[in-house]
Ligand binder design. Structure first.
Ligand code: FNR
Length: 382
């Protein structure tokens, strides 16, 4: 049986209970009901007037799928290959920091759920649980996302720790050398890091701790102050990439690319992959929608390195459109965080299950039996 049909049957026969709403909008609404304002808006809100967050969705409406008929889609294959590794599905869990603000188990629950669902998990630098603990949560593929510290030895240390903990790739996020103007967070005066959440990777980092007079267990306030001084590094330029390259043999992906010229620079500086993303509209409000940036970036890099994409993926049809416009895989962000907020590990598992079932059925009904067959000819711009 194919993925989508199997899920449908199990649900209709009451063999699997819905533990979270199936509809994205309802997921978000229920999360709002459950969470305090601070954590809810930290997840749901974006930068400024949230115009880029809106544009991320509107970009999908401009493209329509034109289904093909008589294509024999009885046997389907959702797998993709990335960096020599075969993955069952073309989706990954996006790096999302401070997951403990929506559920006490935070990243550990999400990583276990992703592993159970067969979806690679990208663990954020800003996780509450350390990357070593996340590595042990579930037996699935994991990548590590790096926020490059002002103290570059801390950045190198985290990358080396990730490699020895078994992570398969390093994702360097370029769009957040500092936090954007996020109106809701300012309104609620809410920044979880200052309460000691989302800094687990720093508290357990030997280089970070060597910069403190006393260990975090004895003086948490000083550790938090140091974190606030070293987080983010706006001085970086393209030539700095070499430094991380020196410290790891893992593939390096650059996340946050929106300009085709930056995609060319990424290629020229030896990046192994690109993630087209505007951070879900959380950084530059007014920035181009990620889906709108995708085709030109794919054109700029050709087949040299894989291009992945996130920002606004909510359903199966969104994934089909992003793949048709050239993405090799997409990252799921807010949907799985709402699943985590509402039902922990089971909630994340079910959100991923639903998105994959929807993807499988949409692909089949559009006349495609594998991810490889999805290309631009499946879409019409309206
Ligand atoms: C993020 N994102 C993010 N990205 C990253 O590289 N490191 C991080 O620590 C975080 N943290 C984070 C927290 C929260 C609450 C959100 C919602 C997002 C961005 C994330 O990886 C991804 O780019 C966006 O979530 C994509 O947008 P949508 O599809 O979730 O709207």
């Amino acid at each position: 049986m194919n993925y989508g049909n199997t899920v449908q049957l199990k649900v209709y026969q009451n063999l699997e209970k819905n533990v979270v709403p199936v509809t994205y909008e309802e997921l978000e609404r229920k999360a709002k009901e459950k969470l305090e304002d601070g954590p809810y808006y930290y997840v749901a809100a974006s930068a400024g007037a949230e115009e880029t967050a809106r544009a991320n969705r509107e970009a999908f409406y401009k493209w329509k799928i034109v289904p093909r008929m008589f294509c024999d889609t009885d046997e389907r294959d959702l797998s993709v290959e990335l960096f020599g590794q075969k993955h069952a599905f073309p989706i990954l869990c996006a790096p999302v920091g401070v997951q403990s603000i929506v559920h006490p188990e935070g990243e550990l629950a999400s990583a276990r759920a992703a592993a159970a669902a067969g979806v690679p998990f990208i663990s954020s630098t800003a996780s509450t649980h350390s990357l070593e603990k996340v590595a042990e949560a579930g037996d699935g593929a994991k990548w590590f996302q790096l926020y490059w510290s002002k103290d570059r030895e801390i950045a190198a240390s985290m990358v080396k720790r990730a490699e020895s903990a078994g992570y398969g790739a390093i994702v360097i996020t370029l769009d957040t050398p500092m936090m954007a103007w996020r109106e809701k967070d300012i309104e609620h005066a809410y920044l979880p890091f200052l309460m000691g959440q989302g800094i687990g990777n720093y508290l357990e980092d030997p280089v970070f701790c060597s910069r403190l007079n006393r260990p975090p267990s004895e003086d948490m306030q000083s550790a938090i102050m140091l974190w606030s001084q070293v987080f983010g590094n706006p001085t970086l330029t393209w030539k700095d990439l070499e430094y991380i390259r020196m410290h790891t043999s893992l593939p390096i992906l650059l996340k946050g690319i929106l300009h085709p010229e930056d995609a060319r620079l990424a290629l020229a500086h030896g990046a192994d992959g690109i993630i087209v993303s505007n951070h879900g509209g959380r950084q530059v409000d007014g920035a181009i929608a990620a889906l709108d940036a995708l085709p030109e970036i794919c054109e700029a890099v050709g087949d040299e390195i894989p291009v992945l994409m996130d920002s606004g993926i909510r359903r199966g049809a969104d994934i089909v459109k992003a793949l048709a416009l050239g993405a090799k895989a997409v990252l799921i962000g807010r949907p799985y965080i709402y699943g985590l907020a509402l039902a922990g590990e089971d909630g994340v598992k079910q959100v991923l299950r639903n998105i994959l079932a929807d993807l499988d059925l949409t692909m089949a009904l559009a006349g495609k039996k594998s991810i490889k067959e999805i290309d631009r000819s499946l879409l019409k711009k309206v």
